[in-house]
Design a binder for this molecule. Structure first.
Ligand code: SF4
Length: 423
């Protein structure tokens, strides 16, 4: 079964929920709803393994979960698993990272991949499960998953992600979903593919997607109606649980909370917004205290990030089976970390578009240890924005490992950034 340490973290969060719900904290209700949504996939996976004899689908970048639900399995997003654990249980995260390191995985490999390998070594990965992984976006993932497959002996499916982006690329990738992923799922689960069930799950995810688009638009207003800490939740929820009615209900609550704060005369949040930041690439997952501090001390809000705000297009066209598969494929390619296969000029265009749309006054770009894709692009990105007098700053950190750059050191970097911005 496994997930032992993760379920302890889940139980701790469940124990803390009543306190959060009863608190007078400004965003308590919506915070509690997002925490319930964050723990739900792990609880569902545990139940599936324990009581229901169902399988767990471990999805790496390049796939969103609708197809796993269509096969009546429970998905776990391996993209979000380390983010969840490093946010709520850094000790467990470090034990997984250390296990990978001791087994010989160099620290130059992204901590996202090292976390999964360490979790595999520490027997944390569910035993009645399968992997689906794509070749995008980086060497780390291409190396980590074949190793995890050998370590655990679980069924694994590897799909090729195209180099290109957009509808043509999605069509080609949709072919991989039809010809590789669906036959793999039929063989692994012992169930035939059910078109109607797939389309029903896609329709459910479209309801969530419409809410996601609306929510995204609401953050373009000033002042931001929510604190930075909540900004990523709708997106992370979608990548983890798209197609589950539970997620749709959470996004409705989130959407209603935003709409209520945006009503004329309503209080949006309790600080004066002076700076609107676009955060390029990943934010540190372990730094919950950072965002309220940044807002209260400097009036600076993270109103959009690369992951949460740039990869949004149209809901999936369910007019026929092929269009539904292609739309599903496109979400996998462009909403997950697979987007990091973008060329630098595409990344620049997306950043500029979001910078203008969300009315930002500066860009902060992560230099994540282990991410060759983003560090290699930083020089060109810096030159592009500075030549247009758009303030862009660089911040070093590790996505999931607070030992590399602790929260206090990130604070010092941010303090210097805001001073430079205001000078
Ligand atoms: S942060 Fe970079 S290295 Fe890590 S998984 Fe994403 S693209 Fe790969």
């Amino acid at each position: 079964m496994s997930l032992t340490r993760t379920l302890t973290t889940v139980q701790n969060l469940r124990g803390w929920l009543p306190l959060l719900e009863a608190s007078r904290e400004e965003f308590a209700a919506v915070n509690a709803a997002t925490v319930r949504e964050l723990v739900a996939p792990f609880e569902a996976a545990a139940k599936a393994l324990d009581e229901e004899a169902k399988m767990v689908g471990l999805l790496e970048f390049g796939l969103v979960p609708q197809l796993v639900y269509a096969f009546d399995c429970e998905p776990i997003s391996l993209e979000n698993f380390p983010v969840f654990m490093s946010r709520f249980d850094m000790a467990a995260t470090i034990s997984f990272l250390d296990a990978a390191h001791e087994a010989g995985v160099p620290s130059s490999v992204c901590s996202t991949d090292r976390f999964i390998l360490g979790a595999a070594l520490k027997n944390e990965i569910p035993d009645r499960a399968f992997f689906i992984s794509s070749s995008a976006p980086c060497d780390g993932t291409r190396i980590a998953y074949p190793i995890a497959e050998r370590l655990l002996g679980l069924p694994a499916c590897f799909v090729e992600a195209p180099y290109e982006t957009g509808p043509e690329a999605a069509r080609w990738y949709g072919g991989q979903i039809r010809e590789v992923v669906i036959p793999f799922l039929e063989k692994t689960t012992g169930r035939p593919f059910d078109h109607d069930r797939f389309l029903a799950v896609i329709e459910e995810s479209n309801r969530a997607y419409e809410l996601l688009l609306d929510i995204n638009d609401m953050y373009a207003t000033s002042p931001s109606p929510h604190t930075s800490s909540l900004r990523g939740m709708p997106y992370f929820g979608y990548v983890t649980s798209a197609g589950h009615p539970r997620l749709t209900a959470m996004l409705e609550l989130f959407h209603d909370d935003l709409a209520r704060r945006m009503a004329p005369g309503a209080v949006r949040n309790q600080y004066e917004e002076k700076h609107r930041i676009f955060w390029l690439h990943v934010t540190p997952s372990y730094a919950d205290t950072l965002w309220p501090w940044l807002e209260k001390t400097f009036g600076a809000t993270i109103v959009a990030t690369t992951l949460t705000a740039t990869p949004l297009f149209e809901p999936i066209d369910t007019g026929d089976f092929d269009s539904a598969v292609e739309g599903y494929a496109r979400q996998g390619l462009e909403m997950t970390m697979s987007m990091m296969r973008y060329t630098t000029s595409q990344l620049i265009d997306q950043t500029m578009d979001a910078f203008l749309r969300f009315r930002c006054d500066c860009i902060i770009m992560t230099q994540h240890v282990g991410c060759n894709s983003i560090t290699a692009a930083s020089g060109m990105i810096r030159d592009y924005f500075r030549s247009r007098d758009i303030p862009i700053f660089f911040i070093e950190l590790d996505y999931n490992d607070s030992r590399i750059v602790p929260v206090e050191a990130i604070k010092r970097q941010l303090e210097e950034i805001i001073m430079a911005l205001e000078s």
